[in-house]
Design a protein around this ligand. Structure first.
Ligand code: TRP
Length: 341
C-alpha cells in the first residue's frame, strides 16, 4: 500500500510548524494523480501548518491567454475538488490570485532582483519555450517570479510541491536571500516539501494529464472510471492470458497498490498474473471496483458541493479577504524598504 494512511484525524491542538503556501493553476478538474500525489498530502499538512491554498489563475494566462471562457468554470471545479479531498476552509485559507493585485505588484518589485538570464535558465521555461510555436512572452518568462511573489507575500516557510516545481522554489529562495541581503531580513527562505510518493501514470502509461485524455477525474462517474480502467495499458509483452505477466511498471498494478486497501488480495492477483493464471480483464475488474470504492465518499462530497456553487464562491471570497490583510502588510513593508513610501 503506497498511498494509504490518508485523512488521519488531526488533534485539535494544532502544532504549528510554520506557514505553507501552495496552489494549483485552475486548468481543469483534478484527477486521481492530483489526489494521491498532492491533495491528500495537503489535507494532512493542515494539521501541522497554517495553510494557504492559492488558485493561481494569473499563471493560467501565461500559456492559455486565448481561452478566457474556461477559466471561471475551472476555478470552481478546482475548489470543489480541493474541498471534497479534505481541504478545510475552517482551518485553511483558500485564495484567488487575480483578486489580489498585491501578487503582480510584488512580482514587479522582486523582478528588479532577478536577471533575465536567470529566468531563461529555468527548466520549465526552456521546455515550454521549445513546445510553443510562438515566441515566448514576458508573462511566460516571469512565471517563476510571480510564483516567488505568491510565496513571499505570505512569508511562507514551506511549499509542498511536485518535483517539477522545485526550480521555482529554488528561485524563490534566491530572491528571498537577495532581498534580505539588500534591505535587511524580511523573508524566510521557504523550504520545498516534496512528496516522496511515486507519480501515478495515466491510463495509457504516459504522464497523467487532463489535456491528454488519459486521466481519471475525481468528478468522473463510476461508469466512466470503469470504462477507462478496462481500456488501460497493461503489459505489452503479454499476448495471451496464460503468458506470464509483468507487474512492475504495469500501471494497473501501480493503481491497485494505491487504491486497493486489501493488500492480501493485491498480492494474490500479482502472483496469479506473474504465473499466467490471472488475465488483464480480471485484474481490471478488481481495480475498477477498488477505485470506485476509494473515490465514492469524495465523489459524494463533491456532488453535494456542486449543487452549492454560491457557497464555493463564498469560500474563495472569504479566504481571499482574509489573505488580503497579510498581502497588504508585506507589500507595504517591501515598498518602504525599497524606498517607495
Ligand atoms: N506553478 C504551480 C503549478 O503549476 C502553481 C503555483 C502558482 C504555485 N503559484 C504557486 C505552487 C506558489 C506553489 C506555490 O503547479
Amino acid at each position: 500500500m503506497l498511498f494509504k494512511d490518508t485523512f488521519v484525524d488531526h488533534p485539535s491542538d494544532i502544532t504549528h510548524r510554520g506557514r505553507i503556501l501552495t496552489g494549483h493553476r485552475p486548468t481543469g478538474p483534478r484527477h486521481i494523480g492530483h489526489l494521491v500525489g498532492t491533495l491528500e498530502n495537503w489535507a494532512r499538512l493542515q494539521g501541522s501548518y497554517e495553510c494557504f491554498f492559492l488558485v493561481a489563475d494569473l499563471h493560467v494566462l501565461t500559456t492559455d491567454y486565448d481561452h478566457p471562457a474556461r477559466i471561471q468554470a475551472n476555478i470552481l471545479e478546482v475548489v470543489a475538488d480541493w474541498l471534497a479531498a479534505g481541504i478545510d476552509p475552517a482551518r485553511s485559507t483558500l485564495l484567488l490570485q487575480s483578486a489580489l493585485p498585491e501578487h503582480p505588484y510584488l512580482m514587479a518589485l522582486l523582478g528588479m532582483l532577478v536577471t533575465v538570464a536567470r529566468l531563461e535558465r529555468v527548466p520549465t521555461y526552456k521546455e515550454q519555450a521549445q513546445q510553443l510555436n510562438l515566441q515566448p512572452s514576458l508573462g511566460l518568462l516571469s512565471y517563476p517570479a510571480l510564483q516567488a511573489a505568491d510565496i513571499l507575500l505570505y512569508k511562507a516557510t514551506a511549499v509542498p510541491v511536485g518535483e517539477d516545481q522545485l526550480p521555482h522554489v529554488e528561485l524563490t529562495r534566491e530572491v528571498a536571500r537577495r532581498f534580505n541581503q539588500t534591505y535587511g531580513h524580511t523573508f524566510p527562505e521557504p523550504e520545498a516539501l516534496v512528496s516522496r510518493l511515486p507519480r501515478l501514470p495515466g491510463v495509457d502509461n504516459r504522464t497523467m494529464h487532463t489535456s491528454y485524455g488519459n486521466a481519471i477525474l475525481l468528478k468522473d462517474t463510476p461508469e466512466d472510471t470503469t470504462r477507462k480502467v478496462m481500456s488501460m495499458y497493461t503489459d505489452p509483452t503479454r499476448l495471451h492470458a496464460t503468458d506470464p505477466g509483468h507487474v512492475e511498471g504495469n500501471p494497473v498494478f501501480t493503481y491497485l497498490d494505491a487504491f486497493d486497501a486489501d493488500e492480501a488480495r493485491v498480492e494474490a492477483l500479482k502472483a496469479g498474473y506473474r504465473a499466467g493464471q490471472v488475465g488483464d480483464v480480471e485484474v481490471k475488474r478488481h481495480l475498477a471496483q477498488a477505485l470506485n470504492d476509494y473515490l465514492a465518499p469524495l465523489r459524494q462530497r463533491r456532488a453535494a458541493l456542486m449543487t452549492r456553487l454560491d457557497d464555493l464562491r463564498d469560500v474563495l471570497r472569504a479566504g481571499t479577504y482574509r489573505a488580503r490583510g497579510l498581502a497588504q502588510a508585506t507589500l507595504a513593508e517591501v515598498q518602504v524598504k525599497m524606498g517607495l513610501r
